[in-house]
Unconditional design. Structure first.
Length: 136
């Protein structure tokens, strides 16, 4: 609705604000869909029990990709919104960008530390790869 209204308005600040808000709503919808898909694939299709390090790493990686991308898009939307309306909100947008960086750093550290545990159980990785064929 907002995008349709923006297309019928002249391209001014109000139209730009409507398009930016529509992008934010679309990003939230995609995040909800991706999280639902991840949970469905792991719990229903694979009927996997998340106990092995390989399972945990794969599940959290899929979850974190969705969250990090959504937060990055929201930070971009907040940056544009604050540039068009209230420049004092740029601090909040910068904090969101820093939060995305912190999440990426923590995620990378988790994968690095979990990799050592994964090498102790190579059969768990083979089992996870076999289960991937269910999704193809």
């Amino acid at each position: 609705k907002e995008t349709w209204m923006a297309l019928h308005l002249d391209w001014n600040d109000e139209a730009a604000q409507l398009v930016i808000e529509a992008m934010g709503v679309l990003a939230a919808a995609v995040v909800a869909l991706q999280i639902a898909q991840t949970i469905t694939e792991e719990e229903v299709i694979r009927s996997a029990h998340i106990s092995a390090p390989t399972r945990v790493r794969r599940f959290l990686s899929r979850f974190m990709v969705v969250i990090v991308v959504a937060l990055a898009i929201e930070a971009l939307v907040a940056t544009f919104r604050s540039a068009h309306s209230d420049s004092t909100l740029l601090l909040h947008a910068a904090a969101m960008v820093l939060a995305v960086g912190a999440l990426l750093t923590g995620w990378g550290l988790f994968i690095r530390l979990n990799r050592a545990a994964e090498e102790l159980e190579p059969e768990a990785m083979q089992e996870a790869k076999r289960e991937d064929h269910k999704l193809k």
